[in-house]
Design a protein around this ligand. Structure first.
Ligand code: AMP
Length: 190
C-alpha cells in the first residue's frame, strides 16, 4: 500500500498517538517534525540549540529550518512507499514548500483530526503531568492554540480546495478514532 498523507489537527487532538497507529497499519513511516526537534534538543545538536527556546515558547520554528529538515527526511529510502506527516505543514508557506519538495508525486490526502478546544486544553494539561513536555504549561498551551488558529487552521482550506481534505472526529476512544481514520484514509491508499 502506498499513501502520502498529511495529518492535521490542533495540539492535543491526538495526532501523535494516531500517527503511530496509522503508520503501523499502513506500513509507512510517521514523520513528526515536533519529535525530530525534541530529539535534537535532547541530543544537544546544533539544530536542537537553535530551536529550543522557540519550541519552549510555543512559537513556530522558522520555515527555512523546518522545510530543510523535511526535505532531508523525505529523501530517505523508507518514504518510497509513502509517509504520514504529523505536524507538518504548519502554515500555508510550508504547504507550498511541501508541494515543491514532492513535485509530481503530491500528497494523496490531508486528514484533519477535529477536537473541541476545551477538550484539547484538558488533554494537554494531563499530558504535561505524564510526559513533562516543556511546552505543555497552560500559558504555552494557549499560545500554541492561538498559533494553530492563526497559522495552521487555514491549511485545511487549501487542501479542501484541492479536494484532498477529510475530517475525522477526534473525540472518543483511541481505538474508535483509529478506526474512523482508517475508514477515511482507505480510498486514498493504493
Ligand atoms: P508538536 O509536537 O507538533 O506539537 O511540535 C512541537 C513544537 O515544535 C511546535 O510548537 C513548534 O515550536 C515546533 N514545530 C513542530 N513542527 C513544526 C513545523 N512544521 N513548523 C514550525 N515549527 C514546528
Amino acid at each position: 500500500m502506498t499513501a502520502r498523507l498529511v495529518l492535521l489537527g490542533p495540539p492535543g487532538a491526538g495526532k501523535g498517538t494516531q500517527a503511530a497507529r496509522l503508520a503501523e497499519k499502513l506500513g509507512v513511516p510517521a514523520i513528526s517534525t515536533g519529535d525530530i526537534f525534541r530529539a535534537n534538543i535532547k541530543g544537544g545538536t546544533e539544530l536542537g540549540k537553535k530551536v529550543q527556546a522557540i519550541t519552549a515558547s510555543g512559537a513556530l520554528v522558522p520555515d527555512e529550518l523546518t522545510n530543510d529538515l523535511v526535505r532531508d527526511r523525505l529523501a530517505q529510502a523508507d518514504t518510497a512507499d509513502g509517509f504520514l506527516l504529523d505536524g507538518y505543514p504548519r502554515n500555508v508557506a510550508q504547504v507550498a514548500a511541501l508541494d515543491e519538495i514532492l513535485g509530481e508525486r503530491a500528497v494523496d490526502l490531508a486528514v484533519e483530526i477535529t477536537a473541541d478546544p476545551d477538550v484539547v486544553v484538558g488533554r494537554l494539561l494531563k499530558r504535561a503531568e505524564i510526559e513533562g513536555r516543556e511546552d505543555d504549561t497552560e500559558d504555552v498551551i494557549r499560545h500554541r492554540l492561538d498559533v494553530y488558529a492563526e497559522q495552521t487552521a487555514p491549511i485545511s482550506a487549501v487542501y479542501a480546495e484541492r479536494g484532498l481534505l477529510v475530517q475525522v472526529d477526534g473525540i472518543g476512544d483511541v481505538d474508535e478514532v483509529t478506526e474512523r481514520l482508517l475508514a477515511a484514509i482507505g480510498p486514498a491508499t493504493r
